[in-house]
Structures are given as C-alpha cells and as structure tokens.
Ligand binder design. Structure first.
Ligand code: FAD
Length: 456
C-alpha cells in the first residue's frame, strides 16, 4: 500500500465525497488552513462546485451547480489534493482510510460526505431503474427513447419532475398517498399543480430564478470507480436530456401489480421512493451511531459518534434538537450549508474555539421549481409535527399562484408559495420574528393589501 502521511507538524484534513457537501467543506477548510494538507477523496471523476451564490433573504439562497474536473479545485487551492478513488475502508480508531486504488490516508480530522443512493423497489432487477447521477440519467434516457410505457413509483421531488418532463411515452404514476407530491405539498397545492401535467409546455423558456445544474461539456468520463457512486444530480437534472419515449407496439418486458390489484405492463419501472445514505464502506469495525433512516447521526457540531469524524450532506442525519421551524430534508441547499458548517466546526475544534449552530438551521427554507412554477417552502410548510394544532390560510389563483400559510397560536410557522408571489421575504420575517398575527385574520392574504408595507 502506498501511504500518504502528512508531516507531523501539519494537520491533515480528509474529506470524502465530491458532491456539493464534500466540495464546499474541502474548499472552506483549504482556504482557512492554507499551510495544511487537505485531501478530497471521491469516487466520481467530476466534482460539484457552487457558483453564482446569492443570499436571497436571511435564510433563502440560490446558486448554480457546475460539474467540473477536479483540477479546477486544485488550481484554486494549492494545498488541496483531489484523489479519484472510492474509500473502501475506514479504521476510525487508527484515523486511517483506504481507497480502492490501494492508497492509505491518515487524517487528523475527517468529514464524510458520501451522499445517498436511490432506494430501489427491488435490487438487481434490470427493469427497475433509480435516478441518481449523470450515468443513471443517461441510462434512463436511453431506455426511455425505446419505451412505450413506463411506471414511475414514488411521490417526492424526483417523481414529480419525471412525470412532468417525460413526453411521447405513457406514464403510469403510482403513489401511495392521496395527493401528488406529498413530500412538498398538501392536497390543495397538488390540485393547483395537476392541470400543468396535461398542459402544453410551450412556455418553458420563461425566466426562472433557481439553482441551475450544468454538466461539464468536455465529455470527461462519467462512471465512478464502482459504478454507483456518482454525485446526486440535483435540480435541473433533466436539462439537456430529451425525455421522449418511442411510440410503437411493444410486448411488455415487465409487469407491476399495485395494491389496488391493478396490473400494468411496462418497459421499465423508475423507482423514486427516496434515498439511503451511503454509509457502507465506513461502518465495518467502527462504532458509528446510525439514525433510523440509516444516516450517520451527527451532533450540533456535525460530529459523528467516532472521534474526529464529522459528516455532512445526504449521508448524515441531524441528531441535535432542531429549532421549532427547521427540519432536515436531503436537498441541495442543506448539503451546501452542512458542508460549510462542518468545515467551520472542524476548524473551531482544531483551534479550540467555541462555535454556535449556524443561523441557517433556524428556519427551513428552500427555493425550487415544479412544473415550471417557482416554489418557495418555508418552515413547517406542511404543518409537519403540528398535529391538529394549526390553522391554514390559502389564496389561490388558478394557473398563476398558490399561497398557503401555516399558523399556530396566531403565529406564522410555515408557508408554501407557488408562482411569482413576491411574498417570501415578508413571510420569512413574520416566521422568524414570531409576531402574533391573530388580529389580522384572513386579511393576511388579502391580495389588495400590500403586505410588505403593512409590516414595515
Ligand atoms: P452527493 O451529491 O450524492 O455526493 C456524494 C459524493 O460522494 C459523490 O461525489 C460520490 O462519488 C462520493 N462517494 C460516494 N461514496 C464514496 C466512497 N465510498 N468513497 C469516495 N467517494 C464516495 N435537491 C434539491 O435541492 N433540489 C432538487 O430539485 C433536487 N433534485 C434532485 C433530483 C435527482 C434526480 C436527485 C438524485 C437528487 C435531487 N436532489 C435535489 C437532492 C440533491 O441532489 C442532494 O441532496 C445533494 O446532491 C446531496 O449532496 P451530497 O454532497 O451530500 O451528496
């Protein structure tokens, strides 16, 4: 085994994963500890970098994502080395890692950002696909071009985008909930969005402010060392990929039976039923506390239960007592925030400084796009964890906007804003300052009142 050991005077930081969490963490550490070595070990040949970062309001942020060759990072940070090889073993007590290409790395501080992979309905079935990375999206596109009918299973963001984007192919969408998109929406919002499914998509070029995903045009290799380890695609994963099926008579290669007893033949099944954190190579022989969703449990300093091992992004599960207005969701924004905060925690620990949980974990906030509508989600947007103890106010203009606020005890705790509502900043403030809004009642959503002026 070749060994990469840092001189004893220098700290060695090792970060695993070239997705948004790992790259953000590595960049932050490399820029702060310029005379120390920083290693980024990743299974995929391209790394994800955040560009055009914009803080839209106190907690809402927008940015673009670019897949770039690792040399771009190395040029920017001379003390950062990117090693393209998957980690196959971690011995946490000895502070060492081994990669598939036979290298051993000794670390003082390690941050695991290995992401998550699709939870597949059945494993090793050639007719069941999961979409995770550029490779699997291309495989999907190839299969779709010959398909007459596909079955999409799941009700989260990926399934929502898929059923909207696929054309020229019949889509059977199997969901177990009463309304579509229940990870993000309630039945009212779902109802608002449903007409878009059958609508003409000619307006697609409308400008839209949201994270845009761009793949490297150089054609640099795609597959990770072990095939399944690419970075999660994130927003706009279908951009530039024509999702159009073949219209011809076909003998079904696969059949699915739903719980309503109906059986459908299809060319293939897309399993979009959530993700499983990529923890496998790190667990054997170590003593990690795992959360119920199998993520590496981290405390409010992003520390796992193994000394000097931190974790961020999709691979980890927040194990701290969360703010009443925040919840973890395995999303792009949170991967960036966690990677950045984990780096700051690693630095604070090294420098023996105190650090407080970052403000971004105070309020859940997310900007995205569904069915070509801008979507902003704030706080307990679906009344998560509130039971019956809440009230909803809704304003809806068909084809234009859907505004929902969640109130409890007269205070706003969450909101869903679909369309160009321009309400995000005001609502964010009302949620953060927990002002008693009882006396405003339904006036709060009166379209004739300029709510921004009202609360100024
Ligand atoms: P990843 O981006 O998955 O990166 C993990 C990295 O770890 C990869 O580089 C991988 O190669 C590497 N790795 C894995 N195992 C090893 C190992 N053993 N050794 C070394 N390296 C390893 N989020 C949104 O906010 N909005 C969206 O619209 C959205 N759409 C999505 C659509 C799709 C199809 C998918 C799959 C996800 C989507 N997400 C979306 C989720 C978002 O992409 C993820 O939350 C985010 O990318 C997680 O970042 P990460 O850095 O934690 O992990």
């Amino acid at each position: 085994l070749r060994s990469s050991r840092a001189p004893s005077s220098a700290l060695t930081f090792v970060i695993v994963g070239g997705g948004i969490a790992g790259v953000t963490c590595a960049e932050q550490i490399a820029s702060q500890f310029t005379s120390d070595e920083v290693y980024l070990l990743t299974a995929s040949p391209l790394v994800k970098t955040v560009t055009n970062f914009k803080q839209v309001s106190k907690t809402l942020e927008e940015f673009d994502i670019e897949e770039q060759p690792s040399s771009v990072l190395e040029e920017k940070y001379p003390n950062l080395k990117v090693v393209q090889s998957a980690v196959k073993l971690l011995r946490a007590k000895e502070h060492l890692l081994q990669t598939e290409n036979g290298q051993t790395f000794h670390y003082r501080k390690l941050c695991i950002c290995s992401g998550a992979r699709p939870k597949l309905l059945t494993q090793d079935n050639p007719h069941v696909l999961g979409i995770r990375d550029t490779d699997s999206a291309q495989e999907f596109q190839k299969r779709l071009s010959k398909a007459k009918r596909i079955v999409v299973i799941g009700n989260g963001g990926i399934a929502l985008e898929l059923v909207y984007e696929v054309e020229g192919c019949e889509v059977i969408w199997a969901i177990k909930d009463k309304a579509i998109g229940n990870t993000f929406f309630d039945a009212g919002a779902a109802q608002f969005l449903i007409p878009s499914l059958g609508a003409d998509k000619k307006d697609r070029s409308l400008p839209c402010k949201r994270a845009r995903y761009a793949t490297d045009k150089t054609g640099a290799g795609h597959s990770g060392a072990s095939g399944e380890l690419g970075s999660a695609l994130g927003p706009d994963w279908h951009e530039g990929i024509e999702l159009r099926g073949a219209v011809q008579v076909w003998l079904w290669p696969a059949y699915v039976q739903l719980t309503n007893k109906k059986i459908y033949g299809c060319d293939f099944v897309v399993s979009a039923t959530g993700v499983v954190p990529n923890t496998d190579p790190f667990l054997n022989g170590n003593n990690f506390k795992l959360a119920e969703d199998h993520g590496l449990r981290v405390d409010d300093h992003m520390r796992t239960s193994e000394q000097d091992v931190y974790a961020a992004g999709d691979v980890c599960t927040a194990g701290w007592e969360p703010s009443a207005l925040w919840q973890q969701m395995r999303l792009w924004t949170q991967a960036r925030q966690m990677g950045w905060y984990a780096a700051r925690c690693m630095a604070a620990d090294v420098q023996e400084e105190a650090i407080e949980l970052d403000f971004c974990f105070e309020l859940f906030s997310h900007i995205t796009k569904f069915f070509n509508y801008k979507v902003v989600l704030l706080g307990k947007f679906n009344a998560q964890g509130l039971g019956q103890d809440h009230e909803l106010l809704v304003r809806c203009t068909k084809g234009q906007e859907y505004v929902k606020v969640v109130l409890t005890g007269g205070r706003m705790v969450g909101a869903v804003l679909i369309g160009e509502t321009d309400l995000e900043e005001t609502f964010e403030n009302l949620i953060l300052n927990q002002m008693d809004l009882s006396r405003y009642g339904e006036e709060l959503l009166n379209p004739n009142i300029d709510i921004e002026d009202y609360f100024d």
